[in-house]
Design a protein around this ligand. Sequence first.
Ligand code: SAM
Ligand code: ZN
Length: 386
Amino acid sequence: MTLKTIMEGTTEVSVPVPPRDAAFPPSAAPVFYNPEMELNRDINVAATAAFVDRLLGKRDMQREEVRYVDAFSASGIRGLRVAGEVGIHATLNDWSQEAFELIQQNIKLNGLEEKAEGCRKNANVLLHEQRFHIVDIDPFGTPSPFLDAASSSVMNLLSVTATDTAPLCGAHLNSGIRKYAAVPLNTEFHSEMGMRVLLGACARELAKHEKSMDPLLSHVTRHYVRSYLAVRQGAKQADRTLKSVGFLAHCPKCGFRQPVEGLAVHIDRECPVCGAGTNIAGPLWLGPLREPAFCNEVLVEMEKRPLRTKEKAMKIISFCRDELDIPMFYDQHVICKELGVSATGIEGFLEALRANGFEASRTHFSGTSFKTDATLPEIKEIIRSL
Ligand SMILES: C[S@@+](CC[C@H](N)C(=O)[O-])C[C@H]1O[C@@H](n2cnc3c(N)ncnc32)[C@H](O)[C@@H]1O
Ligand SMILES: [Zn+2]
């Protein structure tokens, strides 16, 4: 394997040189490295740092005693960055021999022998054997086969990436149902649907282990979902978490949508606006996707660090912070198209919603998406009046 050294944040890592063939995917390399995930890792460094500050503020504990596991480590880059740039202890695990050897080499390259250790196990075995304050799962595709073990291991923060957006969003419907035991809906808000399917599955897995979750930060980009979930132990806490799991009724004819909390609930199949039959999605996470104060703490961490993706990452986090806590977002262009009117600038449109006494925000999901407490008929009336 021919190697080259790259730098992300303040961490140097040896990674395989990809062939010149543009069609060669990172997953075909002897050890995986995807430069496109630098944004994900930059946010991870800042979010983990912000979380560790909270943890140390509450406990009599040294920074080096905080244990983080990068359970699918490949070159080791994610965990190495956490060890070097956040200063906590990181276990870098990968079941591949080639990855394990590269991890050992990369630990030495950064002089992190004290703060990082390599491990070569099936992630499920490691996570069932050991407990970690922070569990990070960043596998190929779906995290679903690892959520049970991750939930068993985690004490304080579960950080999870899912790159199987097609199953999560309903584009590959049966695959999504198999992986997450949930029915998604592939509508204009499919990206938020995917995030809420994933978080619903996390909530149920954690609940099995009598643990609760509070999402601190969650973001979707084109090809993945990433979420940071604060975890607490306790049956009562877990019961509270499950109260935020439920279903979404959606009218395919007029776009009406209604979240319904609870796992065994009555849901009207008739749309109260137009009388058409609704579709039901779920179980889904219906609670908040992030904590605004935490987003601010992440922004402070980002500001003071040398991160190549800083500008884009800070924009995503600011948008996440300012999003209303309402499932699901609307798409301005979809509604305008239905009404046969051309779309105005989104900021002016949101101002008009606010001027009519409604709450309104943009979202990080797309440039034309927004959230509001106005009903769809109210939104349409305002669009027509512009
Ligand atoms: C998507 S890559 C990880 C990328 C890495 N976290 C990063 O940020 O660059 C997934 C890695 O998981 C490893 N892997 C897949 N299944 C595994 C399992 N069950 N246990 C441990 N490692 C596994 C693969 O060898 C591969 O290196
Ligand atoms: Zn309807």
